[in-house]
Design a protein around this ligand. Structure first.
Ligand code: GDP
Ligand code: GDP
Length: 436
């Protein structure tokens, strides 16, 4: 996945390089009290709230002996071309200058999101001074201090809000992204290994290996997959607390980027509360879900044991009633070959579109079979339905009054749609809308 790009733009000496250094976290560019001093690095990766992005210090783009105005224009052009979000930086100690207005003019013309940063607001008393910058026309000015590292959190929160929706960008790519989630030691790494059938992932017996999430693309039967490995989520000594927080964020990030989420359960230790929480994230995100019961080799398997375990899962994970369950062993590789076909099927269902005419035949049949209920003396009238989105499949049902659409009737319609079209593995959403 492409990282979002943020560019810092502004006239010389407002503090671009200082901020760049702070955000990148290393002292990698030279700051001197001389305008236009040469930097040694102007492009780097930065991170905020576990979002990594690339940061450009446009002030470091050397454009020879051009006049200041030309330089600024060219720097702004780079920002507009390269960046997803632009930080427009001004100096809170000097107020708006003609050069600021020149930069502003260039940025107006771009349709890139611009976040206005007022630098050198070194103490709270100076916060008043930011108001005049509203007149630049980029909305709320964010007071910051590069020297003291103040206000950067609020600024970056705002910047990140404008990052392009990666899911939308990847929408027409038919590569299937999937991730494995589950608590430590459930066997995520082992299963990644088993699936890839290669030693790219280090499987450790020691709960303590930390690794970053790794994306591994691979092809199977002419289908492209990317496996998003979240197995880096481990406890590690003293930083256990923060790592645990990281692990949840990382899982959420992996889920966000997935089409299909494999939620792993340890057959030996059974279902615990944490499993439900983790699976809940995938469901809430509207992703296709497959429940994988790993370490099945450790269970005395009789005819009954699988059925019993399945019943337990269904009882605990009622919200995942659409998710298929696969019993396997990452260790012995038993039934691991059944997993990718399930991932493929779930992914296809997740992005399936049904024809409006066929959908309405199904809805009308459903209405005939089980007429809409009467609520408070009023009868729900279902006029027609249409699919408005995929990933997950989302339907709008037009009715006389959405208030009359009871949860149980919505559930009934969902079940009819599922029976008719086969949406195994994916949640589906139904919304009632008023139509006179
Ligand atoms: P750029 O050329 O626009 O990128 O600006 P620099 O980052 O080189 O900074 C210009 C000058 O402003 C340097 O002397 C910095 O030390 C100073 N400076 C940067 N940020 C702040 C700040 O938040 N407060 C104050 N008082 N000075 C700052
Ligand atoms: P992760 O923390 O979720 O990535 O879990 P790992 O893949 O590192 O596995 C944790 C431990 O469980 C390791 O000792 C594995 O060898 C073991 N393990 C993983 N899958 C299986 C399995 O299917 N059966 C058995 N018996 N052990 C397994």
């Amino acid at each position: 996945m492409r990282k979002s790009v943020v560019a810092i733009v502004g006239r010389p000496n407002v503090g671009k390089s200082t901020i760049f250094n702070r955000l990148v976290g290393e002292r990698i560019s030279i700051v001197e009290d001389v305008p236009g001093v040469t930097r040694d690095r102007i492009y780097s990766s930065a991170e905020w709230l576990h979002t990594t992005f690339n940061l450009i210090d446009t002030g470091g783009i050397e454009i020879g002996d051009e006049p200041l105005l030309v330089q600024m224009r060219q720097q702004a052009e780079v920002a507009v071309d390269e960046a997803d979000v632009i930080i427009f930086m001004v100096n809170g100690r000097e107020g708006i200058t003609g050069a600021d207005e020149e930069v502003a003019k260039l940025l107006y013309k771009s349709n890139k999101p611009v976040v206005l940063a007022v630098n050198k607001v070194d103490n709270p008393d100076m916060r008043e001074s930011v108001y005049e910058f509203y007149s630049l026309g980029f909305g709320e000015p964010f007071p910051i201090s590069g020297t003291h590292g103040l206000g950067l959190g609020d600024l970056l929160d705002e910047v990140i809000k404008h990052f392009p929706d990666q899911e939308m960008e990847e929408a027409d790519d038919d590569t299937i992204h999937f991730s494995l989630i589950g608590r430590p030691n459930v066997g995520k790494s082992s299963l990644v290994n088993a699936l890839l059938n290669q030693e790219r992932v280090i499987v450790s017996d020691i709960a303590g290996t930390t690794r970053d999430a790794v994306d591994t693309p691979f092809t199977k039967d002419d289908r492209d997959f990317v496996i998003i490995d979240t197995a880096g989520m481990r406890k590690r000594g003293k930083i256990y607390e923060s790592t645990e927080k990281y692990s949840i964020l990382r899982a959420l990030k992996a889920i966000e980027r997935s089409d299909v989420v494999l939620t792993l359960i340890d057959a030996e230790t059974g279902i615990i509360e944490q499993d439900k929480k983790i699976a809940g994230y995938a469901h809430q995100a509207g992703k296709a879900v497959i429940i994988v019961v790993n370490k099945w080799d450790k269970i005395e398997t009789t005819e009954k044991s699988m059925k019993e375990f399945e019943e337990k899962i269904r009882a605990h994970f009622q919200f995942l009633d659409y998710a298929p369950i696969v019993f396997l062993s990452a260790k012995t590789k038993k039934r691991t070959h059944t997993l990718l076909p399930k991932v493929l099927e779930a992914s296809e269902n997740h992005s399936k579109r049904v024809e409006t005419s066929v959908l309405n035949d199904v809805i009308m049949d459903a209405l005939a079979m089980n007429p809409a209920p009467t609520l408070k003396g009023q009868k729900l009238k279902v006029l027609y339905a249409t699919q408005v989105a995929v990933k997950p499949p989302t339907f709008v049902v037009f009715v006389n009054d959405p208030e009359l659409m009871h949860f149980s009737y919505e559930r009934f319609l969902e079940n009819r749609i599922r029976e008719a079209f086969g949406f195994e593995g994916t949640p589906i959403k139904i919304f009632a809308r008023r139509r006179a």
